[in-house]
Design a protein around this ligand. Structure first.
Ligand SMILES: Cc1ncc(COP(=O)(O)O)c(C=O)c1O
Length: 452
């Protein structure tokens, strides 16, 4: 990119990047300026749950909303669209959750959950409960409060001391743990409880965790983990927040990931898939327990976001949820998951694939030397994740995400309406790209040995 380009891109190395420029989208594909069609194996960063095939219907919804009520805020006033969406979305959530607070995106949802947690503790005479416990490597957003919860050091370090008091505990990486699932679960829960005790339970406001952690590569929770989190939080008066910015709205084959893992959190943070990406919107879904103090005489909810619950976004979210039901989107994810698992597992045959993990339509493949548990050196990770694999994916016309926030992984999260043939095609393209990546790494290794 050139210094004269006016558009600054998010998380992009402007000096070297040559990103694809997209002009339109159709079905399960996005189309670039040269007319190339790329299958979207990442749902536009985990957002486009329905792909891009509902344009006319959504355009009609948008048009009707703009002609009726282009905008109204939710600051000390309400509009029917946000009210209807709050009722609809909470009806899909676990039964202890009956309130919704709308935001404009995921970071805002995460910070809103923190402020609601603090207001809850203040109202209950425990104003010293301020500390958050999050997990290593987990990504919870980048505005300063959310960034404090994010566990990726290189995103945080340049910005100095975190804005909030946050302790990070281990994530649920079974592949690297060298333990059985049972041992991992016991160790993680013991570590969490020890951390709460070390901090002083009377100072801990909340624990935040994704049902299935994205950063690091689709870390699934061990059996019993979410029940364990609930139990520990309850015993120490700590609130439990499920960050479902990615897992919410069908990605794991349930409306919310916590439903797959049998958990009842105190709050659920959402964004991305809530409108199936037809408009920017987030929501914090709030339990009766956390909301109760807000209805007490004289208590004001000290938080407001001008566009939170925008009527246009609310109308599009409502229609998206209707489409989910009409087209059996959750059923599609559940029906396709076993086949998808099988075809991704088959890629373990490639010498560069060390692990395949995930659930629903939310997967990662870990790249390792010779398919074992070793690790590539930093230069090879850089070559793979920043250069070779992105380039080959573009040539293969597939959007997926190479990532090195933890070990080297390739994220794959297709739209939830993908049919079997398209999933097979996407997985076959991943296979081609990773087969070439394995050869490329092997050739580099051989060249390095020869030059010694
Ligand atoms: C789990 C999780 N939480 C929060 C966020 C932040 O969301 P946003 O980028 O909409 O602010 C993200 C973004 O990817 C996320 O994956």
């Amino acid at each position: 990119m050139r210094a004269s380009d006016p558009l600054l891109l998010h998380f992009t190395a402007h000096g070297t990047a040559d990103p694809p420029i997209v002009v339109s989208a159709e079905g399960l594909e996005v189309i670039d300026t040269e007319g190339n069609r790329h299958l979207d194996g990442l749902s536009s960063l985990f957002c486009a749950q329905l792909g891009y095939g509902h344009k006319e219907e959504m355009a009609q919804v948008a048009r009707e909303q703009i002609e009726t009520l282009p905008f109204h805020t939710n600051w000390n006033t309400a509009h029917t669209g946000a009210m209807e969406l709050a009722e609809r979305v909470t009806a899909l959530a676990p039964s202890n959750i009956n309130h919704a607070y709308f935001t404009s995106g995921g970071s805002e949802s995460v910070e809103t959950a923190y402020k609601l947690a603090v207001q809850y503790h203040v109202a209950n005479g425990q104003p010293e409960r301020r500390t958050v416990i999050a997990r290593d490597l987990a990504y919870h957003g980048v505005t300063l409060g959310a960034l404090a919860m994010t566990g990726v050091a290189r995103f945080k370090d340049p910005f100095g001391p975190p804005a909030l008091s946050v302790r990070h505990v281990s994530h649920t990486n079974l592949f690297r743990s060298g333990e059985t699932e049972e041992e991992l679960n016991a160790r993680l829960l013991a570590e969490l409880e020890a951390t709460i005790l070390e901090e002083g339970p009377e100072t801990v406001a909340m624990v935040i965790a994704e049902p299935l952690q994205n950063a690091g590569g689709a870390f699934t929770p061990p059996e019993g983990y979410w029940a364990g989190l609930r139990d520990i939080c309850d015993r120490h008066g700590v609130l439990l927040v499920a960050d479902e910015v990615i897992t919410g709205f069908g990605r794991l084959g349930e409306w919310f990931g916590v439903q797959r893992y049998g958990a009842a959190p105190d709050m659920i943070t959402t964004a991305k898939g809530l409108t199936a990406a037809y408009a920017p919107m987030g929501a914090v879904l709030v339990s009766d327990k956390v909301a109760e103090p807000l209805y007490r005489e004289g208590v004001t909810l000290l938080h407001g976001i001008t566009f939170g619950g925008h009527p246009l976004a609310a109308a599009l979210a409502l229609r998206s949820l209707e489409i989910f039901e009409r087209e059996g989107v959750l059923e599609n994810v559940r029906a396709r998951e076993p086949e998808l698992r099988e075809s991704l597992e088959a890629l373990r045959e490639l010498p560069i694939v060390g692990d395949v993990r995930g659930a629903g339509f939310f997967w990662a493949l870990e790249l390792t030397p010779d398919g074992g548990e070793g690790r590539f050196d930093a230069a090879t990770v850089h070559e793979l994740v920043k250069r070779y694999v992105p380039q080959r994916l573009r040539e293969a016309r597939l959007i997926a995400r190479p990532d090195d926030r933890g070990d080297a992984v390739l994220h794959f999260s297709p739209p939830l309406v993908s049919d079997r043939a398209t999933l097979d095609e996407m997985v076959s393209r991943i296979g081609d790209v990773l087969a070439d990546a394995g050869k490329h790494v092997g050739a580099r290794r051989a060249a390095a040995v020869a030059s010694r």
